[in-house]
Design a protein around this ligand. Structure first.
Ligand code: SAH
Length: 315
């Protein structure tokens, strides 16, 4: 479908009155770009709000303030834009508020440009000698000893191409005893680790996420891999009301969350008592290892890839 992208450059002061005008015109969905929001993000409230900011995001510290919205390319489009221009001209003549340039830039776009573009970069990937991750829309001919995980991550995290996910899969492959182990996947995202664990032979898997979207996506992916009998997906938080215990707990979160949640992990372990954690930048490895050891674990193995590491520990 074709759309017109409309971007209005203004000031921080201009955002509220301008969004009111847009809403009065029936335009309810818009994106606000404001360097102040980035500043707020940088001054994080909790240590675990974020752990890693890509260099490319630093450009947001200097972006000009703007409001962007999209109109589907219909007959009413021209009249809406004309109406909007008139309202902007009125604002320009006001000196009560500094609205800045109020420049209005329009550009035609196709939703195919953004909706499915990322899919081009997600190809079948061999994570270990045995395990291949295959996006649902790609073809892959597997060999007899390969295990193929079918994934459509949708809006959830977990294509398997991120080093933290593939490191967890490598450790699961190392430690899962087929037909013996129960696995608890904390923060299942797309369900990829739960599915990998089941395909590696786990007796049963419980996948948990606090995000309802991740729960829906995980359930879909579990069905896609015909694993509904082995993998149960629930919405939940490791720290609140979850009673299940497993031989292996796997949690691919982020360093600060791993450190906080590690205290709750022993209460969810039994039997083999293995805890695999990732989402950890190598620069935080020492700190996380210390926190995990403080919870009664000893380290079994640490894998690294790029800037990331995954830790396997045992009580
Ligand atoms: N396991 C996937 C996704 C990891 S992303 C993979 O390895 O690729 C981390 C996920 O953890 C997110 O989906 C987030 O919603 C979830 N999460 C964060 N804190 C959590 C908590 N306390 N309990 C359960 N899930 C949590």
């Amino acid at each position: 479908m074709r759309y017109i992208e409309v971007k209005i450059y203004t000031t921080q002061e201009g955002i509220d009155p301008l969004t009111c005008i847009l809403m009065d015109m029936g335009i309810a969905g818009f994106a606000i770009e404001d360097a102040r929001d980035f500043q707020d993000l940088m001054n994080k409230k909790n240590s675990y709000d974020w752990d890693y900011i890509d260099d490319s995001m630093m450009e947001l510290a200097h972006i000009p303030t703007s409001i962007t919205f999209y109109l589907s390319e219909t007959e009413e489009c021209d009249s809406i834009l004309e109406q909007l221009q008139k309202k902007l001209d009125v604002l320009k003549s006001e000196d009560r508020i500094d609205y800045g340039k109020l420049e209005c830039i329009q550009k035609p776009v196709d939703d195919a440009d953004w909706k499915d573009n990322w899919k081009e970069y997600f190809k079948p990937t061999k994570v270990t000698e045995r395990i291949v991750i295959k996006p649902t829309w790609e073809e892959y001919t597997s060999t007899a000893d390969e295990v193929v995980i079918e994934i459509d991550p949708g809006m959830a995290f977990g294509t398997g191409t991120h080093p933290t996910t593939s490191l967890c899969i490598k450790l699961l492959e190392r430690f899962i005893e087929p037909e013996e182990d129960m696995i608890l996947d904390v923060g299942c995202g797309s369900g990829i680790l739960a599915i990998a664990a089941a395909l590696l032979g786990a007796k049963g898997v419980l996948a948990v996420d606090i995000d309802p979207i991740a729960v829906t996506v995980s359930k879909e992916n579990v069905e896609l891999n015909h694993l509904s009998a082995k993998v149960r997906v629930i919405e939940g938080d490791l720290t609140k009301g979850l009673k299940e215990r497993a031989d292996i707990v796997v949690a691919n979160l982020m360093a600060d969350l791993v450190m906080i949640l590690s205290k709750d992990v022993p209460a969810h372990l039994k039997g083999k008592n293995i805890y695999i954690s990732s989402g950890i930048l190598i620069e935080k490895q020492e700190q996380v290892v210390a926190a995990i050891e403080e919870c009664g674990f000893h380290i079994l193995e640490i894998l690294e890839e790029g800037e990331w590491c995954a830790i396997a520990a045992q009580i």
